[in-house]
Every structure is written in structure tokens, then in C-alpha cells.
Design a protein around this ligand. Structure first.
Ligand code: MF3
Ligand code: CO
Length: 274
């Protein structure tokens, strides 16, 4: 049975994981579609409209719309924007680094994911930033295994980023538990020593979401009260997946293949489920 009291971590049943997977697939396919159609000349509001239509067609509802008053279905964060960019009239340009964050609810169960990609051609540094942030996410997902401790995930994310070069891992914003609500216990930092925090158990689900910058880790929030930007206007990337901790290993609900291919490349074998 799921619970949500105090600071305990909600445990899901296999049936509840299936509902989370349905929400995850809506998110995965929508983000893939957005990545394919996003182009110079479109506005960030256009991207929001695409995601909203997909959500409606799938019979799902938005995790974001109305969350603490958030006014849209997705967050679109461009270049120096780190997270929580509100879609609007801003047109996308060739060379922009775009992060799209999107959450869906099916039968009361949430999925939350984010991707970063370029419009047209990205400069070399931005491309490497996007790549290392995604690889760091997968390094963390590969540690979402029964018996590991929470900070084993955090440590794997940070280690992957640091091994690649002089990037900076955001500390002001972290990942989170997820299930019957979008944001639940426990917080999931993208940095820290391994072997600490709660032991990972079957039934837990986490949203792991590294945010990495070219320059400073210092951030500020714009006057819209949402958009988080880097203090030094350096570019940032953001990748996120929702992962269920199962007896057979990590089940990445927001990856179209459940994470099978990327996890296998990291030496973690998981069953193909749908
Ligand atoms: N998806 C974001 C996260 O990962 C939350 C978006 S904030 C919202 O935590 F207000 F837009 F919902
Ligand atoms: Co999240």
C-alpha cells in the first residue's frame, strides 16, 4: 500500500508501477516528438501547445499545470536558463540549447522527465555539456538498485560529470521521490559522498535530474518567479528520468525502452517489459 505520511518514502505496488509506466510512456513519446519538431522560428509557447495536445490525446493530465500556480504544461529553459522556464513568445534560434521538462499523470500516478537538445547546430561546448549531463543521469539511474544507498546515485552523477572536465553541477535544485505526487521524499542531490541516506528498496520511485553548467553553480530566479538562470549567464543543460526500483533492477518509466539499452551499456541488465 502506498503511504505519504511524514518524511517516509512512498512504496508502490507492482500495479502502481504499471500506472507510473503508462504515464512515463506518455512523457517519453511526447519529449521525443518535441525534440523532432522543435525548430528555429517556433516559440516556446508553440512547444507547450504540442505537449498539451499530446497529453490530452493520451487521456493524461499535467503534473505541472497549476502546481504552486505554474501556468503551463511544460518548462522550456533556453541557454542560460537552467530550469522552470515558462513557455511564452520567445522564438527559438539556430544554436539555442533548449531543455524541455514535462510531467504527466495517469490514474493519479506521475512521471517526470526532461531532455536537452540543440536547435539546428550547437556549438561544441554546448554539445558536450548536453552529452555529459545525459551520461551523468544514466550513471545515476544505473545505481537505482535495491540495497544501494540513495547517495550512491548522487555520487555516480557527480563523478561522471567531474570525470569529463571542468563542468559545474547545480546544487540549488535536486531530484526527488515521485509517485502519487510529483515531488515527494526523498530529495535526490546530484553530488555527494557515496553510501549515505536511505537504503533503496523495492517499490521506491525517484526522479533523478542533473543540471550542469558551463560556468558558475550560482543561480537566480527571474521576475516571473519561476525561471532559474545562471548568475553568470553561462549555459546549462538538464536531463531527467523517473525510475522505479524493482526486484529486477531499475525500470526507467520515461525511457521508451524502459532504459534497457542505456543500462546494458553500463553493465546493468534489466528485463524488457513492453
Ligand atoms: N519537473 C520539475 C522537476 O523536476 C518541476 C517543474 S516545476 C512546475 O522537479 F511547476 F513546473 F511543475
Ligand atoms: Co523532477
Amino acid at each position: 500500500m502506498a503511504f505519504r505520511r511524514g518524511n517516509r518514502i512512498e512504496l508502490k505496488t507492482p500495479q502502481q508501477f504499471l500506472a507510473m509506466r503508462q504515464a512515463g510512456l506518455v512523457v517519453a513519446h511526447t519529449l521525443e516528438h518535441v525534440r523532432q519538431v522543435a525548430a528555429a522560428g517556433m516559440t516556446t509557447a508553440d512547444i507547450d501547445g504540442i505537449a498539451r495536445a499530446r497529453l490530452r490525446d493520451a487521456g493524461a493530465t499535467s503534473s505541472f499545470l497549476g502546481y504552486h500556480g505554474y501556468p503551463a504544461t511544460i518548462c522550456v529553459s533556453v541557454n542560460e536558463e537552467v530550469v522552470h522556464g515558462i513557455p511564452g513568445r520567445r522564438p527559438l534560434h539556430d544554436g539555442d540549447l533548449v531543455s524541455v521538462d514535462f510531467g504527466a499523470i495517469i490514474d493519479g500516478w506521475h512521471a517526470d522527465a526532461a531532455i536537452s537538445f540543440g536547435i539546428g547546430t550547437l556549438d561544441d561546448t554546448s554539445r558536450r555539456l548536453v552529452d555529459v549531463t545525459e551520461r551523468a543521469l544514466w550513471a545515476g539511474l544505473a545505481k537505482a538498485i535495491v540495497g544501494n544507498r540513495l547517495s550512491d546515485i548522487s555520487h555516480a552523477v557527480e563523478t561522471c560529470v567531474r570525470a569529463d572536465g571542468a563542468w559545474h553541477v547545480i546544487e540549488d535544485y535536486v531530484g526527488h521521490g515521485i509517485g502519487s505526487a510529483m515531488h515527494m521524499e526523498p530529495p535526490v542531490p546530484n553530488y555527494g559522498a557515496p553510501g549515505k541516506g536511505p537504503e533503496l528498496r523495492v517499490g521506491m520511485a525517484l526522479a533523478i535530474e542533473p543540471m550542469v553548467t558551463v560556468g558558475t553553480i550560482d543561480t537566480r530566479v527571474l521576475e516571473d518567479d519561476w525561471t532559474v538562470v545562471t548568475e553568470d549567464d553561462s549555459r546549462a543543460a538538464h536531463w531527467e528520468h523517473t525510475v522505479c526500483i524493482t526486484p529486477e533492477g531499475p525500470w526507467v518509466t520515461t525511457a521508451i525502452d524502459g532504459g534497457v539499452a542505456r543500462l546494458a551499456a553500463l553493465g546493468v541488465t534489466v528485463p524488457t517489459r513492453d
